[in-house]
Design a protein around this ligand. Structure first.
Ligand SMILES: *Cc1c(COP(=O)(O)O)cnc(C)c1O
Length: 347
């Protein structure tokens, strides 16, 4: 039986149609601005997001790094949730490249609100760092794929304006939020000075992320991208995959969300397991109330060819994506139902 990989939506491999789009791509030297496919992708993303400009970068991490660098000066503080990808999973690059510091907020499901941010802001005092950048993640990865609604975003934008903060949205999975919440990409981007999103997650591309913002911001971003070694030459082969994904892989994210709910139902039948209610394509199951730990269950699943992640020793993460269909899902649910009766895991 073929392996089923639920560790992340980054494990997707390009479909035959995407590979054809890659093969057919017109290319040029993008560092010189000559790649027509990259230019088309950037124009399309800027328009979709309702922003004046966009820049194609190799990864979400680089998009975030560029944004930090441009929105802050060394010593400035970024206000963000403790579970943010920027803080947890990007090797501390914000401190290295932007020289900025962080004010960590503990938000429910990773979603900030005006009161939490307000409490984290610094007074204007020479002893203290400057509060400079408000950092939101939508969907929130470590928060379980949670999404902001538009009212929450509007309130946070209002606070940022009142307190002179820039606002960046790490939208690595923002299309999942759009599909789940039924809002337009531009409705989210409108509240941010800059926003990043990934093609290499649920959209199923091999490589690539986009940074959108004002024209002068993106112009400066181009120089930082070059400085970080992210200027790519015939990147049209990657941009062609992204254009294909925007046409064919956005609306289908609803299937991933439906499958995540089925998975959460199956996990919810497990006594002691605390299961998140999936808003998008991520499902967390916490084993704190069980007599086994998360890696033990992950290992038992791996024996059956089902791979999951343990972001902590007490947490399993299941991610649905393009390469998991309904037959795979049934197999996973069947295996979970079987392991629940297993002597090693039965309550
Ligand atoms: C994956 C992810 C990133 C980083 O993207 P890479 O392309 O893997 O560097 C940034 N933010 C969030 C929320 C992510 O999930």
């Amino acid at each position: 039986m073929h392996p089923i990989d639920l560790r992340s939506d980054t494990v997707t491999t390009p479909t035959a149609a995407m590979r054809q789009a890659i093969a057919d791509a017109e290319v040029g030297d993008d560092v010189l601005g000559d790649d027509p496919t990259v230019n088309a992708l950037q124009a399309r993303c800027a328009e979709w997001a309702g922003k004046p400009a966009a820049l194609f970068v190799p990864s979400g991490t680089m998009a975030n790094l560029v944004a930090c660098r441009l929105h802050t000066s060394p010593g400035d503080e970024v206000i963000l949730d403790r579970g943010s990808h920027l803080y947890r999973y990007e090797a501390g690059g914000f401190a290295v490249v932007a020289g900025c510091s962080v004010a960590l907020v503990d938000a429910r499901a990773g979603l900030l609100d005006a009161a939490l941010v307000d409490a984290a802001l610094r007074p204007d005092d020479v002893h203290q760092p400057r509060s400079r950048l408000l950092w939101l993640e939508n969907t929130h990865n470590f928060g379980g794929g949670s999404c902001y609604d538009l009212e929450q975003l509007a309130a946070l934008r209002g606070l940022a304006d009142a307190r002179g903060l820039s606002l960046h949205i790490d939208g690595a999975r923002v299309f999942n939020a759009c599909v789940a919440q039924g809002y337009a990409l531009s409705a989210v981007a409108q509240r941010a000075d800059s926003m990043s999103f990934c093609f290499s997650k649920g959209l199923g591309c091999p490589v690539g992320s986009m940074l959108v913002g004002e024209a002068d911001f993106i112009e400066r971003a181009r120089r930082v991208r070059k400085m970080l070694g992210g200027g790519m030459r015939q990147a049209g082969v990657l941009a062609a995959a992204a254009l294909h994904a925007l046409d064919h892989h956005v609306e289908r994210l609803a299937d991933d969300h439906r499958r995540a709910r089925v998975l959460a139902d199956a996990l919810g039948r497990w006594p002691g397991l605390s299961v998140s209610v999936p808003e998008t394509n991520l499902v967390f199951a916490d084993t704190g109330g069980c007599h086994f730990d998360a890696p033990a269950l992950a290992a038992a699943l791996a024996d059956e060819g089902i791979r999951v992640l343990c972001p902590t020793p007490l947490r399993l993460r299941f991610v649905t994506h393009l390469d998991v269909d309904d037959a795979d899902l049934s197999r996973v649910v069947g295996e979970l139902d079987r392991l629940r009766q297993d002597a090693r895991f039965a309550g």
